[in-house]
Ligand binder design. Sequence first.
Ligand code: SF4
Ligand code: SF4
Length: 185
Amino acid sequence: MRGTPMPRYGIAIDSTKCVGCHSCRVACQNQNGLESNETFNWIKNKNRGQYPSFDKEFIPLQCNHCENAPCQRVCPTGATYTSPEGVVLVNPKTCVGCKYCMEACPYKMRIIDHQRGIVEKCRFCIELVREGGTPACVTTCPTQVRIFGDLDDPKSDISKFIAETGAQPLRPDLGTIPKIFYKRS
Ligand code: SF4
Ligand code: SF4
């Protein structure tokens, strides 16, 4: 008898709804016990137009959980690995803090955890997810910018959103096959 297929998790981001409040960053810091100067997600500000016809686009950024992850390929100890749910994780017991992964990540989405002497990054709040929850950045966002779910399930909200909006990953030309998809204005 075949078991239930594993999900392949991703996040769709509707950046047109982001108001740049940074609640996602703070929720992530709380969830992961990060200091105020450490973060696993960033909000990039992009100016559009010129005064007086001018506005800002806010683009939330975090690890893309690439299917073809350069950070994983260069890790000399195998500390960076992909979970059965398609989430790229770091094993703190085998990470030696060499920073090769930081160099290899074309999106620059990894940071040094100075307290533990390792490199870390967004983990899709995997412990919460395995208990049936959703990542803290998804839950906390006041404007519901992010949709988390199974990219392999055509009936999931994330798959429907990507199909309806044509949301695209960042820099698909790099061949990393990211699992974060963006709807941009
Ligand atoms: S919580 Fe939502 S609206 Fe606020 S910065 Fe993050 S993504 Fe944007
Ligand atoms: S975004 Fe960077 S850190 Fe995340 S999986 Fe891709 S290469 Fe690795």
